[in-house]
Design a protein around this ligand. Sequence first.
Ligand code: FES
Length: 251
Amino acid sequence: MPDTVPTIVLYGRASFAAEQSLASIARRLAAETSEPPAIRWAFADLTGPSLPDVLDALETEGTREAVVVPCMVPADPSLSVWLAGALSQWRADRDASLAVRLAAPVEASLDLAAAVTASLAGPATDVALTKPSLGKPGWSKIPEHGRQLFFCVGARCLHRSAEPLWQHLRARMKTHRALAAGPKRVMCARVSCLYPCNLGPLMTVHPDGTWYGALDRTALDRIVDEHLLGDRPVTEHVVHVTASRTESDGA
Ligand code: FES
């Protein structure tokens, strides 16, 4: 493979169905050409590899150029507006030699009316054949817990290494039985954006109303030990405390 051929980076969401996953799209692209280009994929949110992770690897490998192809359908307008600047920031931060180009979202090239027509031409399931249900019996029970933690794995936080930090946090918490059962149990949820993206990676801890930003592994270790176990927020990493919480604490 001559390195003058740009590497294609498919950029999409993690929730594609199996046949439309980024990996299967990459396989089909490779199968449809006699000289397949190098193809990687990166996820916009929820899980890794993130786009910076993939670009870091290409830079290390000495790749000269990458073309990022946004594969979300529907396209995400705010992500599209943000992405060019974020990729430019990635190059500036690393003084990267890898040239990066951003292709138009694939949605612009899709004939959705034709896709709907093809769908209508195929089989359709009569839902009356399925037992009516909105959930499972166990889904009515709220587990005992003392805190809820919301960790952002939205596109902008993922760009700042949120996914490996989430994995680190979960692994660290699993070493403490007190956080898995009883009054100190923490219910953890990943969320797609908490809004002050510039302060990411971000997470909140409730009912304390504590917002933590610019997280790294050291900060997470301290938050687990000092806040979740010791009930003392790690003030150096607090970027905000929810107002109602501040007022009630100060009252
Ligand atoms: S993507 Fe994390 S706060 Fe917006």
